[in-house]
Design a protein around this ligand. Sequence first.
Ligand code: HEM
Ligand SMILES: [Fe+2]
Length: 803
Amino acid sequence: MSGARMSSTLASPSSAASPTGSTPSRDRRWWWALAVVVLGSFTVLLWMGLEIDESKPPIPARVVATDGTVLVDGDDVMDGQRVWQSIGGQQIGSVWGHGAYVAPDWTADWLHREATFVLDEYARDMGVASYDAASPEQQGALQARLRQTFRTNTYDPAAGTITLDPVRARAFEANARHYADVFGRGHEQYAIPAGTVKDPEAMRQMTTFFWWSSWAASTNAPGDDATYTRNWPHEPLVGNTPTPTNVLWSIISIIVLLAGIAGMVWYQNFGPHDDEVTDAPPTADPLLGYEPTPSQRATLKYFFVVGALFVFQIAAGILSAHYGVEGAALYGIPIDRILPYAVVRTWHTQLGILWIATAWLATGLYVAPAVGGREPRFQRLGVNVLFGALVLVVGGSMIGQWLSITGRMGYGTTRSWWLGTTGMEYLDLARLWQIGLLVGLFLWFGLMARGMWPALGRAADGPLTPTAEAPLAAGGRRTLVLMLLMSCLAIASFFGAAFGMGHDTHLSITEYWRWWVVHLWVEGFFEVFATVVIAFLFSRLGLLRPAVAATATLSATTIFLLGGIIGTGHHLYFTGANDPVMAWSATFSALEVVPLALIGFEAFRNLRILRVSEWVAGYKWAIYFFLSVSFWNALGAGVFGFLINPPISLFYVQGLNLTPLHGHTALFGVYGMLGIGLMLFCVRSLMPGREWNDLPIKLGFWGLNGGLLAMALLSLLPLGLAQAWASITEGLWYARSAEFLATPALTVLRWMRTPGDVLFGLGALAIGVFMVGLLTGHSYRAGGGRTVPGQAVAAGTTPHEEA
Ligand code: HEM
Ligand SMILES: [Fe+2]
């Protein structure tokens, strides 16, 4: 991934590096580069926030028609946003393209309904029965009139009033009736059950919020000929087509990516060639005979919770995918009354983050005492308290979400915000549980830091001789410990950005802070954590030269963050930002793909590690899962991420199935696989005992990878491309409409998710079976005798044969 690391992989094992490969002056330069990148990037990201605050669409206090009809008076838009959030928000359809994919995008749907309503009235003015019945010349004239009406900005900042043509007031009422019907009587194809919103006043407010999102998307920003959402969604009727800035910066971003890759390849060929993989590995596993401390044994239960949450997440995922094909039922059983789509989808996305986080938390807690060489006082108590807190947050937030989405907490109430759901995708857990999670993350960091602290005090370069109490302590450089701790601190701290969104925050600003958490996590500090933790474990086991690994990790981190921090803006192109924000975001997010394009080399490094010494084969499956981390980083994050990344691409496909294509392959492919790999690594050394029967892991590995690939290639990719075509030719509303999705070809594609989902589900189940087998004993090989941690290979077989 970093130049140094990739060059090391390409270099021959005997290439010149000192035994310790010490490169302190190079490290110092990279530390400086990292500091400059982080400070500079956050300055730009904060500036972008100020720009968005300036350019975001205003929320009117009054909306009136020129004939005196009052449509909105007071806080209806904000109240409506809160109602929408409390019934699941982004988990039911989407607004401004962000959210779930089964029901329509309400912004695009409203806009198209309003536009056709107005065009039909205009046609009748002309003496034609409807817009469709008009001649092409008449249609052209009608469209020109429509654009004039829609795009002209009539907001009066002094009075806070928007003035509309009376025909739009009539369209408003027609749409309001339609949505009252959808959310009142239910809509099977949208997977919206009857009685989703029972209170007419709340319904009216939510309608007003939908109207506002559409008004912002079709009204020119002041002094501009693009709308507040940069002409998103694509809707030819009102002239919503890509802006010149969009086209220009899309092209520039592609060139920047090519230049970046060229630079990396150059560096790889002409930069320093230090081999990272050691040619003098320890003769035995350093963890051999290590007695886990009480706190380390206490982390074991975390991994069983990981397994349980993972299986549960998949059950929720299969159910929510199923809602996409059978709107209200599971093979005929009407489950939408008890577990509506929005509930299972919110559980599905949240559980994914929570089990991955749990696996990482446990890894950090497990590793710390083995690095520090001593068990800090009350460490076990801390590990147990954290476990209790985690269980409370998971259980409490899920119950709250069910209560709120099924209307049991009232619509848009403070109670729902604090205890129910925020309705914002990936940060759906209510405020109280967010506080719990933040406290938990800091508790985790504290426990880890005190465990590792002694290692920081040691000399920069220790000899490669582990001690009995600190099998992972020796031979390490300070850099890797420091970086591991820093990435964990960043993960904990950046969750704090969630508190930038409040219960009365403008949608543009809410999105800004939401992506601070989600994007900066997955494309920033999680990437750093993944890089550091793998390099850390391997070098602590004596398989990588610590100094070379440290430099490689430091440079990789710098390169990731160079694109990753400013790249946050690629989620904000169409949420009320302006052109400069789009230009910066498009350029820097393209740079994110540079390290990913070359990350496959890391897989080769891991394969080489597997062959370095016989005992390494005990970690075979953990290493295989780390290999798939590299694979999915290249395909899911790199290729499928960049597929939707240039503004011109996202303009058409935001909110279509190319986004979950990327979301699944990147989030599960990279961090899910990492979580499983770390889990196997820790469990392997935590449960010294008999040799593993690793058949279930093997099935799990191939089931998960094959299933994910099948889900991507058989269903999500073709479905997403078909939708992209519909969006480009007709408009976004059409790509998401029930009529388009119900066509026979599309129905087949949606059902084609089944093979991949089933394979994937079986893979997950196999991992679950293995974990349970560790407790019941059936995951140990019969007659395998007692072996020691990391020593799963029977004498006489070589790792090569095993692989
Ligand atoms: C391992 C790294 C990554 C992970 C885990 C990840 C994950 C995600 C997730 C979960 C979503 C939201 C999907 C949804 O709403 O259903 C998303 C959206 C997106 N990602 Fe990534 N991503 C990663 C890397 C990248 C990279 C490298 C790029 C390109 C530079 C990228 C570009 C995007 C874009 C453009 C969107 C859609 C934005 C929007 O609709 O607002 N991602 N990603
Ligand atoms: Fe992102």
